[in-house]
Design a protein around this ligand. Structure first.
Ligand SMILES: Nc1c(NC[C@H](O)[C@H](O)[C@H](O)CO)[nH]c(=O)[nH]c1=O
Ligand SMILES: CC(=O)[C@@H](O)COP(=O)(O)O
Length: 178
């Protein structure tokens, strides 16, 4: 098991907004992830009102809601939470790969970072260890979300400033020509 999560950064979450999309499949494990994510966001000062939680049937449905939430432009980061447990067929692999790839695409296309908090495990013991046991994956996902939300806010602001400067340059050029 991996225990090399980065050292937590001190991030003031009081003005950050988060969307959580969580599967109902394997609900007890996912609920435990939601609890840890919520606790860590709260510790960072994120007001409860700044966090919106949406539930979907299974992890396969997460990308749709993540896309819709990101498209609202109301969030600084989306956190996707699910637990995929290996079954008898390759269905679990199909869902794990496709969701991971779509979540990246959502982030690139909307400028809203997306945290892939969809655990892919071989059995219930591995799920238990990661959500209620030694590994605090929910906490890790929340801390990654705080860090990425801060990047998002900074870069969106920087891009706005660059756009404003470019627009001002265009206006100056126009006046200088006339
Ligand atoms: N087997 C798991 C699923 N399967 C359900 C799918 O995610 C989906 O709801 C269904 O295929 C309809 O589109 N979901 C999980 O989150 N975890 C699993 O282990
Ligand atoms: C139906 C599912 O989402 C998933 O549990 C598939 O399990 P299995 O591969 O054992 O049919």
């Amino acid at each position: 098991m991996s225990f090399h999560a980065p050292e937590p950064l001190k991030i003031d979450g009081s003005e950050l907004y988060f969307g959580i999309v969580a599967a109902r499949y394997n609900g007890a494990y996912v609920d435990a992830l939601i609890e840890r994510v919520s606790a860590v966001l709260k510790e960072a000062g994120v007001p409860r009102a700044n966090v919106r939680l949406e539930r979907v049937p299974g992890s396969n449905e997460i990308p749709y809601l993540a896309t819709m939430m990101a498209a609202t432009r109301q969030y600084d980061c989306i956190i996707a939470l699910g637990v995929i447990i290996r079954g008898g067929t390759a269905h679990d692999e199909v869902i794990a790969h496709s969701t991971a790839s779509i979540l990246h695409r959502v982030a690139m296309q909307t400028e809203c970072p997306v945290i892939n908090g969809i655990l892919t495990v071989n059995n219930t013991e591995q799920a238990e260890e990661r959500v209620n046991g030694h590994a605090d994956r929910g906490g890790e996902f929340a801390r990654a979300a705080l860090e990425m939300a801060r990047h998002k806010v900074n870069y969106v602001q920087l891009l706005d400033e660059i756009d404003a400067e470019a627009a001002a340059d265009d206006i100056n050029d126009l006046f200088n020509k006339n």
